[in-house]
Design a protein around this ligand. Structure first.
Ligand SMILES: NC(=O)c1ccc[n+]([C@@H]2O[C@H](COP(=O)([O-])OP(=O)(O)OC[C@H]3O[C@@H](n4cnc5c(N)ncnc54)[C@H](OP(=O)(O)O)[C@@H]3O)[C@@H](O)[C@H]2O)c1
Length: 320
């Protein structure tokens, strides 16, 4: 990135990690383009960024899965600012449920948003970076882009795809020393994504411990923008999960289901099946942090619910 007023486009800027990234970039005096679907929530983030010191903030309400809209936003930015220094793609959605239970439209939208959205941004940002001879595409992946978990197939497939895409693009752009492609992969983060996820499990999802903050992920994103590297994990459990998945797959497969059933859902309440905010943005719930109870309390409630046999709802698919 250039030292003064870098022009940075941040997607998913209306809540959670993207909002935290926008805040942190604002403090550094960046010139921001904020992207998400819901315009009012984006305007809230824009106001916060101006207060924090952003030298400019433009809001672009669009769906990252819409290639033409992404092309327009990047083209307009380059025309207006004369350059584009970085794109941080944070936009993402989650769907819970075994594959046959998740409607095709929801499954496809998770993949379209998380994976094809990343490809759309890459398609239009990388030629600008290559023309400039410098620029940074940073994709936010997930530790679930390295491992498998039950009941999250659409998300896991999309995030394996994001990791593959980042790896592939880093390889293809090796010839230019100042053009970078990175993938930052958080573990569980306290954001609204669990409440706004599509859900066909019958149980609400929740961030499994250890849970980190969106601000912590944002710090890592800025560190990677400042000192580019291809891959970066965020979360103390990521290494354990990845090592278990790779080195001891039989043990991993046996443990992941029960652990997810206790730490990855709330077993004390039932939830009606529905697409959450996957298909449309909705006006509510664009906050920095989620509204879930602490992990220790939630797990204790889950264990109590399991022990008491209060399985009013269909259990999470945990074969093995
Ligand atoms: N929270 C976690 O535990 C965790 C862990 C690992 C990785 N991640 C990843 O981190 C990223 C951010 O997640 P978060 O936890 O911060 O969730 P979040 O608070 O729900 O934020 C998601 C953001 O993406 C935007 N968005 C969703 N669909 C979009 C679309 N089609 N086009 C444009 N923007 C869209 C949302 O705004 P609109 O609804 O207004 O469009 C929102 O700003 C995601 O890629 C997620 O997979 C999260």
């Amino acid at each position: 990135m250039t030292p003064t007023a870098p022009v940075v486009l941040v997607t998913g800027a209306s809540s959670g990690i993207g909002r935290a990234v926008a805040h942190r970039l604002a403090v550094t005096g960046a010139n921001l383009v904020l992207v998400a679907r819901e315009p009012e929530a984006l305007e809230d983030t824009a106001r916060e960024c101006r207060t924090r010191g952003a030298v400019g903030v433009v809001v672009e309400a669009l769906d990252v899965g819409d290639d033409a809209a992404v092309a327009r936003a990047i083209g307009d930015t380059v025309e207006r600012e004369g350059r584009l220094d970085a794109v941080v793609n944070v936009a993402g959605v989650v769907a819970y449920g075994a594959l046959p239970d998740v409607p095709a439209e929801v499954f496809d939208t998770v993949v379209r948003t998380n994976l094809l959205g990343s490809a759309n941004l890459a398609r239009h940002a990388l030629p600008v970076f290559r023309e400039q001879g410098r620029g940074h595409l940073l994709l936010v992946g997930s530790v679930l882009g390295d491992v498998a978990v039950p009941g999250m197939t659409a998300y896991v497939v999309s995030k394996w795809g994001v990791r593959a895409l980042a790896r592939q693009l880093a390889l293809e752009n090796r010839d230019l020393a100042h053009v970078h492609v990175s993938c930052v992969s958080p573990g569980a983060v306290d954001t609204p994504i669990y409440d706004t996820a599509a859900n066909y499990l019958g149980l609400p999802g929740r961030p499994p411990p250890p849970v980190t903050s969106p601000e912590r992920v944002a710090r890592t994103v800025l560190a990677v923008l400042a000192r580019p590297r291809d891959r970066r994990q965020v979360g103390i459990a990521n290494g354990v999960m990845r090592a278990g998945f790779t080195l001891a797959p039989a043990v991993y497969d046996r443990l992941v289901g029960p652990l997810f059933a206790v730490g990855g859902v709330d077993r004390t309440v039932a939830t009606a099946p529905g697409p959450g905010r996957v298909l449309t943005a909705g006006a509510e719930g664009h906050t920095l942090r989620g509204a879930q109870p602490g992990a220790a309390a939630a797990m204790a409630h889950n264990v109590r619910a399991l022990v008491r046999g209060r399985r009013r709802v269909r259990p999470v698919p945990t074969r093995g």
